[in-house]
Design a protein around this ligand. Structure first.
Ligand code: HEM
Length: 454
């Protein structure tokens, strides 16, 4: 640890536990308050002498994610949270191994390749929502999770999950809650000890594991030549003679499966939530759709349509600003480093929170207001590089950014042409910072069919 006289300011916290309990209970509020009260670099004391360094300035975030990125690894925190589920897949691996896997996966995420997925995304959205009835109430977060889960499996792995998709979301939610409680708990009971929570989590792990192995088997059984990501990973390994182990294939598949649908589902869920509370913005989305598609026979949207809807694009950006599904990224120092005029030793854990940065009034006037218009006059180009970073930054930036943004725009446009979502009264929607930022208990919305436009 740096000497007490040479470390950034921060809360003192309680004896022995520091701010650990508050971080566990009111994490988002604590981070935001610390940024406001202590500034761009904040030193957080936790239980048992552990500490975290909270970084709240775009230039300092840039230092960690880009300029000095070679001095950091993904933090042990993220690995504890996701390691058992995702293993040594792209999200968690490091060094040469990560570089090789990233190189293998990258071609599948090129724009031309991603555009090929557009038709599947739209077809799936249309088929999925065909069972919705005018006036019925559904948990829209759950619906979005099932919808994007089906899209991910079809586009990334070339298979249909059918009714199975329904169980996936439920198991993932339980697992995320379990994992995050585990990392925030000062006492970690072994996962092998048969507590009710451990038993439930183990059953969910086994279910998801067997599902992913089944996806891999089905893909292998169909032989070479598929243009989905999984086929590419299988054949790329065959080409250089070092067969990818079943375990590695499982880790990459699970990583893409999870990263590829959960975050996009949340983007869409928060977007419907925000639009329902902002009727003027909702009307603007409908007008833009009517205007762009005026006079054209009803036809499914295509990849290029996602680029001709600037207002919808601004709505999605603003939704990612206010409710970033990845609300925090963490790193641990593998070398000593300097930041903001301080020196830090190996092992320092750094937190950079999109939730905090995206609500910073220095960069976003009226930060709590949902104002898609703020993005329409070139704000993205004027902002410092990491004032807005829903997809992270530097070499570990999200590989699926283009995929996610196209999917969010196409699904949102397809649904908004046909439906309007009204928030059921009597709910308080609370963002729950698990591995991702989820609405606690879901978002119950009444679905209204927009018949004239159909
Ligand atoms: C709105 C949707 C999404 C958001 C907000 C998001 C956010 C992020 C963020 C912040 C990171 C960096 C994490 C870090 O630096 O520690 C990341 C990495 C990653 N994302 Fe996404 N993501 C989204 C969609 C997707 C999709 C659709 C896929 C795949 C189809 C995907 C696959 C990945 C992978 C594999 C990584 C690890 C990349 C690496 O380390 O090389 N993500 N994502």
């Amino acid at each position: 640890m740096p000497p007490a006289t040479n470390r950034p300011p921060g809360p003192r916290g309680k004896p022995l536990v520091g701010v650990a309990l508050e971080l566990r209970k009111h994490g988002l509020n604590l981070l935001a308050r610390c940024a406001r009260d202590y500034g761009d670099l904040v030193y957080l004391p936790l239980a048992f002498g552990q500490t975290r360094l909270l970084v709240n300035h775009p230039d300092l975030v840039e230092q960690v994610l880009v300029v000095q990125q070679h001095k950091f690894h993904k933090s042990a925190l993220s690995k504890v949270a996701t390691g058992r589920l995702l293993g040594n897949g792209l999200l968690n691996s490091e060094g040469d191994f990560w570089r090789r896997q990233r190189r293998l996966a990258q071609p599948a995420f090129q724009k031309t390749r991603v555009n090929e997925y557009a038709a599947t995304m739209v077809e799936h959205a249309l088929a999925f929502t065909a069972r919705w009835r005018d006036g019925e109430i559904r948990d829209i977060a759950d619906e979005m999770s099932r919808l994007t889960c089906g899209i991910a499996v079809k586009t990334l792995f070339g298979i249909d999950l059918g009714a199975e998709a329904d169980r996936v979301g439920e198991n993932l939610t339980n697992l995320m809650r379990f994992q995050i409680h585990r990392i925030r708990s000062p006492l970690r009971i072994s996962e092998n000890f048969p507590t009710p929570a451990n038993r439930r989590a183990n059953a969910a792990f086994q279910y998801l594991d067997s599902l992913v192995y089944r996806i891999i088997e089905e893909r292998r059984a169909r032989g070479a030549g598929g243009n989905d990501l999984l086929s590419r990973l299988i054949s790329a390994m065959d080409e250089d003679g070092t067969q990818m182990t079943p375990r590695q294939l499982r880790d990459e598949t699970m990583t893409l499966f999870l990263a590829g649908h959960e975050t996009t589902a949340l983007t869409l869920s928060w977007t419907w939530y925000l639009l329902a509370q902002n009727p003027a913005a909702e009307a603007h989305v409908h007008e833009e759709l009517a205007c762009v598609f005026a006079g054209r026979a009803a036809r499914p949207l295509e990849a290029k349509d996602a680029e001709s809807l600037p207002y919808l694009d601004a709505v999605i950006r603003e939704s990612l600003r206010l409710y970033p599904p990845a609300y925090i990224v963490a790193r641990v120092a593998i070398e000593p480093f300097e930041l903001g005029g301080y020196s830090f030793p190996v092992g320092t854990t750094i937190l950079m929170s999109q939730w905090v940065m995206h609500r910073d009034p220095r960069y976003f006037p009226e930060p709590l207001a949902f104002r898609p218009e703020r993005w329409l006059d070139g704000l993205a180009a004027r902002l410092p590089a990491h004032a807005y970073f829903p997809f992270g930054g530097g070499p570990r930036r999200c590989i699926g950014q283009g995929f996610a943004l196209m999917e969010a725009a196409l699904v949102a446009a397809t649904l908004a042409q046909r439906f309007r979502f009204e928030l059921e009264s009597g709910q308080t929607i609370v963002p729950e910072p698990l591995v991702t930022l989820r609405p606690r208990g879901g978002i119950r919305m009444r679905i209204h069919a927009r018949k004239p436009e159909i």
